[in-house]
Design a protein around this ligand. Structure first.
Ligand SMILES: Nc1nc2c(ncn2[C@@H]2O[C@H](COP(=O)(O)OP(=O)(O)OP(=O)(O)O)[C@@H](O)[C@H]2O)c(=O)[nH]1
Ligand SMILES: [Mg+2]
Length: 248
C-alpha cells in the first residue's frame, strides 16, 4: 500500500498542511500518472475549489516570469501561500527542457510561502503541459491560493490557459504589434487583464492605446469568480490594459 492509499498517514497529513517535501512528492506522483495519481487526486478532490487560478500568458520574452515573480512575492507578503506552475518548452531534439522560468523567479523560489513547480510541454500544444491542471488541483487542495500558471511563450492561437485559469493575464511588451494585431482573434480574446510589460521602454503609450481600443470591443473571456470548472461570466467586464515596469 502506498502512502496515498492509506486512510490517514503522517505523509498525507503533512501534505494537507501544505508542507513542501510531501507536496513535491505529490506533484511528481500526479505527473507520473496512472492509478496512484488517480487515487491521490480522488482523495484530494473534496478539498479543492478554493484557490484563485491566475494564468499568465503572452509571447516569448514579454516578461511573464519576471511578472509572476513579483506577483508571487506580493501575495506571499500578504501571508498567502502561492503555488506556481511554470511551463517550459521541451526540446524536440533532446527531449529535455531548460527550466528558464525558474531562473527568473529566483527571489520567489526562496520565499517560504511560495512553491514553484516546473512542467515541460512534452509535445503538448496550446501553451500548457498535460499535467498542468492536476498540479493546480493539488496546490488548491492543500491550501495554496492563488495558484499562478505561466504558459510557455505563445503565439496567437495557443489559448488552452483559458481552460485552466479563472483570470487570464495576457502579457505584452511595447513594439510587439500594431492595431491590426490588436483586432485579431485568438489570445487577445481570452484576456481578463492586458499587462503591457517593460513599461520603462519606448512605445509603451502606443501599445497601451492599442490595447485600450481592443478592450473597448469587449472580451469573450470576462473575469470569473467561479472556483473550478467552466468560468462564469461577469456581465459588462472589460479587460483593461495595465503597465508593469520591472522595478516598480
Ligand atoms: N526593460 C525591461 N526588461 C524586462 C522587464 N521585465 C522583464 N524584462 C526582461 O525581459 C527578458 C525576458 O524576461 P522573462 O521574464 O524571462 O520573459 P518571459 O515572458 O517569461 O520569457 P519566456 O518564458 O522565455 O517566454 C529578461 O531579460 C528580463 O530581464 C521590464 O519591466 N523592463
Ligand atoms: Mg518565462
Amino acid at each position: 500500500m502506498s502512502p496515498t492509499d492509506a486512510p490517514a498517514s503522517p505523509w498525507f497529513d503533512a501534505l494537507l498542511a501544505g508542507r513542501k517535501s510531501p507536496l513535491g512528492e505529490a506533484l511528481s506522483l500526479v505527473e507520473a500518472g496512472g492509478a496512484p495519481a488517480r487515487a491521490l487526486l480522488a482523495r484530494l478532490h473534496a478539498r479543492g475549489g478554493r484557490a484563485q487560478i491566475i494564468g499568465v500568458t503572452g509571447p516569448p520574452g514579454s516578461g511573464k516570469s519576471t511578472l509572476v515573480n513579483e506577483l508571487a512575492l506580493h501575495f506571499a507578503s500578504l501571508g498567502r501561500r502561492v503555488g506556481i506552475v511554470a511551463v517550459d518548452p521541451t526540446s524536440p531534439f533532446t527531449g529535455g527542457a531548460v527550466l528558464g522560468d525558474r531562473v527568473r523567479m529566483n527571489r520567489a523560489s526562496q520565499n517560504e510561502n511560495v512553491f514553484i513547480r516546473s512542467a515541460a510541454t512534452r509535445g503538448c500544444l496550446g501553451g500548457v503541459a498535460r499535467a498542468t491542471y492536476d498540479f493546480v488541483r493539488v496546490f488548491d487542495a492543500v491550501g495554496y491560493d492563488p495558484v499562478i500558471v505561466e504558459t510557455v511563450g505563445i503565439g496567437q492561437s495557443e489559448i488552452d490557459i483559458c481552460r485552466v485559469a479563472h483570470t487570464a493575464v495576457v502579457v505584452e511588451a511595447p513594439g510587439l504589434g500594431d492595431a491590426v494585431q490588436a483586432m485579431k482573434a485568438g489570445v487577445l480574446e481570452i484576456a481578463s487583464v492586458f499587462c503591457i510589460n517593460k513599461a520603462d521602454l519606448p512605445g509603451t503609450d502606443a501599445s497601451t492605446n492599442v490595447r485600450s481600443r481592443r478592450s473597448a470591443r469587449g472580451s469573450r473571456r470576462p473575469w470569473s469568480t467561479r472556483r473550478c470548472g467552466a468560468p462564469r461570466t461577469r456581465a459588462g467586464w472589460m479587460p483593461w490594459p495595465t503597465r508593469s515596469p520591472r522595478d516598480r
